[in-house]
Design a protein around this ligand. Structure first.
Ligand code: ADP
Ligand code: MG
Length: 270
């Protein structure tokens, strides 16, 4: 479903050498796999997702999605097969529109139909049932403006909207990181259910090693633009947070660790 062949991407930074964000990435993700991605800050996790989504074209290498070579095709051309949720709960929904209008927009994405026709009683009831399944207390607030919702409610709605049309690929970039622990837990639960229900091919970046183990079927570990670990199958089942920590600590032997990683390890951040 997703294939990277020698993908290389650099960014220009004023006054310094170009930053290598993806350093010859080779990876193949099969249909229905749920991959979690962990790594230090700046290791290229978001760039990896953005390369899949086509936010930029890569310097070299090839990207195949759903058996098509999309290496030279831009974001809007790939959008029809991709659902995305970002860290910031304020992206992904329109704050001035109602919950119902937002869902309707997600449902009509890519179709040539107007918004007004769909706000019927029948759709109302259907949306109400869908919202109830989120367990976020949104089912009786169809006409509420989305800007009034809490971060957790808004992220739940964004997740629902991103998966409504069953995208071929779902990309989640630290989508629980900005939420309080209780809301984050609810979103994790919802993510698991929505992905399971539709058997979505999913790539999720997370800061939390326990979340990376809790969700998904395969873990990619990134460091300095490279995939330094690919844990799946039986090994994945046996892996504990401790093992992931050890894998990152091993980098210490090969090179000086970023201050960032050292402080994360000390604080037990993961
Ligand atoms: N749009 C951009 N412009 C310039 N540099 C970028 C851009 N996006 C990412 N980078 C750089 O690429 C590297 C990887 O960034 P990113 O993928 O966001 O890391 P992560 O998500 O793992 O924290 C970092 O050094 C970052 O500064
Ligand atoms: Mg990131």
């Amino acid at each position: 479903m997703i294939e990277f062949i020698d993908v290389y991407k650099t960014f220009e930074h004023k006054g310094v050498d170009r930053v290598i964000a993806l350093n010859r990435i080779n990876v193949q993700i099969e249909e229905g796999e749920f991959v979690t991605v962990i790594g230090t800050n700046g290791s290229g996790k978001s760039t990896f997702l953005n390369a899949i989504a086509g936010k930029f074209l890569c310097d070299s290498g090839s990207i195949l999605l759903d058996d098509k070579d999309v290496t030279r095709s831009w974001e809007y051309k790939r959008a029809s097969i991709i659902g995305r949720v970002f860290q910031n709960p304020f992206t992904g929904t329109s704050p001035d529109l109602s919950i119902m209008e937002n869902i309707r927009i997600a449902e009509l994405r890519g179709l040539k139909r107007g918004l007004s026709g769909g706000l019927s009683a029948k759709n109302r009831q259907r949306y109400q049932e869908t919202l109830k399944s989120l367990e976020m207390g949104l089912e009786n607030r169809l006409d509420a403006t989305v800007g009034l919702l809490s971060g957790g409610q808004r992220q739940a709605l964004t997740l629902l909207m991103a998966t409504l049309r069953k995208p071929r690929i779902l990309l989640l970039d630290e989508h629980t990181a900005a939420l309080d622990p209780k809301a984050a837990e609810q979103i994790v639960k919802l993510t698991r259910r929505l992905v399971d229900e539709s058997q979505l091919t999913t790539v999720m970046v997370t800061h939390s090693m326990s979340q990376a183990l809790d969700l998904g079927t395969r873990i990619l570990m990134m460091h300095k633009g490279k995939i330094i670990g690919d844990i799946k199958g039986d090994e994945r089942k046996r892996t504990k947070v401790r093992d992931l920590l050890n894998r990152f600590s091993e980098l210490r032997k090969e090179e000086l660790l970023d201050d960032e990683l050292i402080s994360m390890l000390q604080e037990g951040y993961y």
